[in-house]
Ligand binder design. Structure first.
Ligand code: GLN
Length: 670
């Protein structure tokens, strides 16, 4: 028979590896299917040339250094010798710091860190505790209640200045001592120990390790911190804070004496960059809703009377402490922690400031330096007459879909969905809506979606529904799907599909049902004469063919074709539905390669190239197939050559139809 290879051998079992292509019915075909095995050679400069894979070039196994490490080390070297600034000495114990200590750590929002210098040396956190404790106060009381007690206006004065917002009877902001003491006074708990434990536990969650207090620094400040005591009693006198003032002060001095390293500070900053979740431990250090409030006061007041120039030059929310630490946050991206105890006149670490300035300039980190604009959210779009689902359609369904498939519009989305990109998408959908009845969003390449974007789409969904249009979603990231379903209760929960193909099929089925309800032939069992490839056969032809055809029934879920079996028969689906699925490279997700409904033929490639089945075909519902095996086909050739020829011709037509559709799809997608 001409469709068999001349030597009768299965060409795919040879030692060469032919270029293969998966057909719509799950069979692997060699390309071209006939003649000698086909070997693909890479063409370099137009000349056929295969690389010598027997002696591959050895790979250098040396570890290479990230340019970020190189750059940080260079920065460290540059400022290591600087002796600008002085050690804090108003807390006697701080005067014992080693002025040589200098460390820089950069931590990405996913926890990867880069360090230079004394990244692990411990020092007291001091004022960097202020934004963190402020976060805890926000959790304890909510933003409005906290705002009534502590303002958010920069003072333009030193960190320990004794100035109050007398109009509102509150300290100006939580980043200067007055505001920080009032903030600490708000921390809930029974007695100083319980209250301090809450603070220490929270700091530890930020750092991702258990932190401790430097008792000598604490004792030193507790013994000498009269100015802070004066501030606290002044506030008590004006009703800004309540008793027990001595306990609030002890708590405040303790929180300032917690020991951290530059690495801890970087991880704390990365935790803020990561919406309050420590990226290495996964622990929530602060509720995500308060992160922006904490960062706001850091940005406006974090560097005391240098805050204005800091925002101007560095442009990152940050906080410094007289222990020599600074931490800075680039929201969503990473955190920085620096340590050098030599302070400038504002009480900020001199080297730390210089490092942050250079870092910001070199990598364009200023939060207002928006050098990129919103990405294109729609990667491409197509309509349902160009790209169809993998469901093989019968003649009548095909007719409906050829005429009406364009009512489906699909948008392949990419990147993040936030206000600007959601606006782009909504605009596209609105513009295209007059021609669309089914709007499909392919979310496979979406990285994330924020609440504002989802609300915008939800509002659009409601408008579309009023117009009788249906929004269908496919392959959304898990979190986005959960959020979407929560937002759209009662409107379209059933319109989220695991993959684009099922979503597309759903839209097609709806169109077929609306237009020609009988075309799908649901539940009926088709006669042999009603098979798509036999439609041109006369009743006499069918009568001659029938004796060569067997009938097989399958339960729902049963395998009709098993991977690895010899491909020696053709199937015609009489009733039920069946599909070919394959597991994708990630080993988890499935893709549907093809799906069949009554009337269609599958397994037909086998007739032309023999070999073995390369995928399973499974009955989705209880199904019946007409089966023509090779033995009978050969008998048919001998006894009914005219019928045999007609059958081959019909199969040829089937293949060209499929190829045409694939060509149209390639065109629609490029
Ligand atoms: N414990 C120090 C104080 O209250 C913190 C000051 C600071 O780091 N700027 O004075």
């Amino acid at each position: 028979m001409f469709w068999r290879s001349t030597d009768g051998k299965d060409k795919r079992n040879g030692s060469t590896s032919p270029a293969t292509a998966q057909s719509a019915n799950g069979e692997l075909s060699s390309a071209p299917s006939f003649g000698a095995p086909y070997i693909v050679r890479p063409v370099i400069n137009g000349v056929g040339h295969a690389p010598n894979l027997d002696e591959p070039k050895p790979v250098s196994a040396r570890v290479i250094t990230s340019p970020i490490d190189v750059w940080l080390k260079g920065l460290h070297d540059k400022y290591r010798g600087s002796d600008h600034g002085h050690l804090a000495n108003y807390i006697p114990e701080l005067a014992n710091a080693d002025p040589e200590h200098f460390g820089i750590v950069l931590a990405a929002a996913d926890g990867k860190s880069y360090a230079a210098g004394h990244s692990e040396v411990l020092f007291t956190i001091q004022s960097i505790s202020k934004p963190l404790v402020y976060g805890l106060a926000l959790e304890d009381h909510g933003p409005e209640a906290v705002l009534r007690r502590v303002g958010v206006e920069p003072t333009g004065e030193a960190f320990n200045s004794i100035v109050m917002d007398e109009v509102n009877n509150r300290p100006f902001n939580p980043m200067v001592n007055a505001g920080a003491i009032a903030t600490t006074a708000l921390i809930r708990g029974n007695g100083v120990e319980e209250r301090f434990k809450r603070i220490l536990d929270m700091f530890s969650r930020y750092a991702g390790r258990q932190l401790a207090v430097d008792e000598s620094v604490f004792a030193s400040e507790q013994a000498t911190g009269h100015r802070n005591r004066a501030i606290a009693y002044l506030q008590l006198n004006s009703g800004m804070i309540e008793e027990p003032v001595a306990e609030h002060l002890e708590l405040y001095f303790r929180q300032c004496a917690i020991l951290v390293s530059a690495r801890d500070l970087a991880m704390m900053a990365a935790t803020l960059a990561n919406n309050g979740v420590n990226p290495l431990t996964g622990q929530q250090a602060i509720a995500a809703e308060h992160v922006k409030t904490v960062l706001s006061v850091m940005a406006s007041c974090g560097m005391y009377d240098y805050s204005g120039e800091w925002v101007y030059r560095v442009g990152l929310p940050a906080k410094s402490g007289v222990g020599g630490g600074i931490f800075a946050v680039l929201p969503g991206q990473f955190g920085v922690g620096t340590f050098s105890p030599l302070l400038d006149d504002h009480g900020n670490s001199h080297r730390g400031i210089e490092v942050c300035k250079e870092l910001s300039q070199r990598f364009h980190l200023h939060v207002y330096d928006m050098h990129f604009v919103a990405d294109n959210i729609v990667r491409r779009s197509y309509r349902g007459d160009g790209v169809t689902s993998k469901r093989q359609r019968g003649v009548r369904e095909r007719k409906v879909l050829d005429a009406c498939g364009h009512r489906i519009v699909a948008y392949e989305l990419q990147g993040g969905l936030y206000f600007a990109t959601a606006e782009q998408l909504v605009r596209r959908i609105v513009d295209d809506a007059p021609q669309s009845a089914y709007i499909l969003l392919d979310g496979r390449r979406i990285s994330r979606a924020d609440q504002s974007a989802l609300m915008l789409l939800r509002d659009l969904n409601l408008t579309l529904q009023e117009e009788g249009k249906i929004l269908v979603l496919a392959d959304l990231p898990a979190q986005m799907q959960t959020d979407w379903l929560a937002l759209n209760k009662g409107v379209g929960e059933d319109l989220c599909f695991a993959d684009v193909d099922s979503a597309l099929e759903f839209c097609e089925n709806r169109i077929v049902l609306e237009t020609d309800p009988e075309a799908m032939g649901k539940g009926v069992s088709l006669a042999l004469a009603e098979m798509d490839i036999l439609r041109t056969f006369s009743p006499e032809d069918i009568a001659k063919l029938a004796p060569y055809i067997a009938t097989s029934s399958y339960e729902a879920g049963a395998r009709i074709i098993r991977e690895g079996d010899p491909a020696d028969r053709l199937y015609l689906l009489a009733s039920g539905t069946a599909s070919v699925n394959t597991v994708l490279d990630d080993g988890k997700r499935q893709a549907r390669l093809a799906a069949f409904r009554p009337g269609v033929a599958f397994g037909e490639f086998a007739l032309f190239d023999g070999g073995r089945r390369v995928a399973n075909v499974v009955a989705e519902t209880a199904s019946v197939c007409y089966v023509l095996d090779f033995g009978n086909l050969e008998r048919l050739e001998a006894t009914e050559p005219a019928i045999y020829r007609r059958l081959l011709f019909a199969l040829g037509r089937l293949l060209t139809d499929r190829l045409r559709r694939v060509t149209a799809e390639v065109r629609a997608l490029t």
